[in-house]
Design a protein around this ligand. Structure first.
Ligand SMILES: NC(=O)C1=CN([C@@H]2O[C@H](COP(=O)(O)OP(=O)(O)OC[C@H]3O[C@@H](n4cnc5c(N)ncnc54)[C@H](OP(=O)(O)O)[C@@H]3O)[C@@H](O)[C@H]2O)C=CC1
Ligand SMILES: CC(=O)N[C@@H](CCC(=O)OP(=O)(O)O)C(=O)O
Length: 328
């Protein structure tokens, strides 16, 4: 199957190409970038030297031709491509935020009106697998909501309040140099940002509601001086106490058949480069602390997008995604 990646010069585009190198059914045949048009992919993604002989093409031309597409462009840009892709019957996973929320919530969260809305399955397979199967367009979740929702899901229906406290690596901010990702503003430090109003809160609330929860939901992200990874500590305040053995059993039962969710004390290093989400849980009676770790570029973006493609196309769900995390 021929794959087009629109926005292939960025971080998630680079990881899509890297991961798809080992996919048994898919081959990247089109990689777009406006700024890098004509340059070889491996001159930009230098970790792929000798592994990819494609050149970047301009996304504005009709060169975007494939059986399947990934939109790895910023939100508000992705929505400009969807009508054309759908008209041409090209199945698509959108990594941006454009189709994760209903249009009124999107407008409230992102401050812009949606130009081309249609309802799409929310691509968190552990929760929405049946909706994703057979779909031709899937909205890949945000990186924070992926780790956070997986940490809370088994207890969502029993929660009164859920507080997510996340630490993220800097690659979450994208490839362009900014004050946020400048070395001196990140290294040797730690800071909270968007303390109460990060845009991913809307997705987190939406997923809790989908899981039958009426809990209040709060979220504070922190910027860590690492390249990859998100560690989320979910404080789940319950209506009734749940003891340790019962909490562990709930998580084991919920994730028993999930290849990508591993129940062990999570660290960023032990999921790095992989599509795994490691989770552990500890009870304090009415407060459960659930901690999750993901690689923001893999389970938080490109790996989950490939997982969704596999489900949409009927491939083995972990095709292209069985690489072990890089440790140490
Ligand atoms: N980084 C992360 O951890 C995560 C990112 N995401 C989402 O995935 C998407 C991609 O993220 P990421 O790879 O980090 O972003 P980057 O900023 O690293 O890359 C963006 C890509 O989009 C292209 N692009 C930018 N503007 C336009 C435009 N107007 N028209 C066409 N192409 C454009 C860029 O190339 P060029 O400008 O040369 O055309 C580049 O290839 C975003 O929506 C992001 O929010 C989701 C989850 C996690
Ligand atoms: C470190 C950093 O800046 N992280 C980004 C992660 C957002 C992201 O990539 O998610 P979307 O797909 O919803 O844009 C942030 O907090 O905005």
């Amino acid at each position: 199957m021929d794959i087009a990646i629109i926005g292939a010069s960025g971080f998630t585009g680079g990881d899509l190409i890297r991961l798809l190198l080992t996919h048994s059914q898919a081959e990247v045949t089109c990689a777009t970038s406006r700024k890098e048009e004509g340059a070889t992919v491996d001159s930009v993604h230098r970790n792929l030297k000798g592994l990819c002989d494609l050149k970047f093409t301009d996304p504005e031309t009709r060169t975007v031709d494939a059986d399947f597409a990934f939109l790895a462009v910023p939100h508000t840009v992705a929505m400009n491509y969807t009508a054309d892709l759908m008209e041409r019957g090209i199945k698509t996973v959108d990594l941006s935020a454009d189709y994760r929320l209903p249009p009124d919530v999107y407008e409230e969260t992102y401050g812009v009106a949606h130009k081309n809305y249609f309802k799409a399955p929310y691509g968190l397979p552990e929760i929405h697998r049946e909706e994703i199967k057979g779909s031709s367009f899937v909205a890949n979740p945000g990186c924070f909501p992926t780790g956070a929702t997986l940490a809370a899901a088994p207890l969502a229906g029993m929660a009164e309040t859920v507080i997510y406290d996340s630490k993220t690596g800097v690659s979450g901010a994208g490839v362009a140099p900014t004050a946020t990702n400048q070395y001196t503003n990140v290294a040797d430090s730690l800071k909270a940002y968007k303390w109460t109003n990060h845009r991913h809160l809307s997705e987190m609330k939406q997923e809790l509601a989908f899981l039958g929860s009426d809990a209040d939901c709060h979220f504070t992200p922190h910027l860590l001086p690492v390249n990859r990874g998100i560690l989320t500590t979910a404080h789940i305040l319950l209506k009734e106490p749940v003891e340790q053995a019962e909490a562990e059993k709930l998580y084991e039962d919920y994730y028993r058949n999930e290849f990508f969710v591993r129940l062990q004390n999570p660290t960023l290093a032990e999921v790095r480069g992989s599509n795994f989400c490691d989770i552990a849980v500890e009870s304090e009676g009415r407060r459960i602390v659930a901690v999750s770790a993901i690689d923001n570029l893999v389970k938080g973006a490109s790996g989950q997008a490939i997982q969704n493609m596999n489900i949409m196309c009927g491939y083995r769900e972990n095709d292209g995604l069985v690489n072990a995390p890089v440790f140490p």
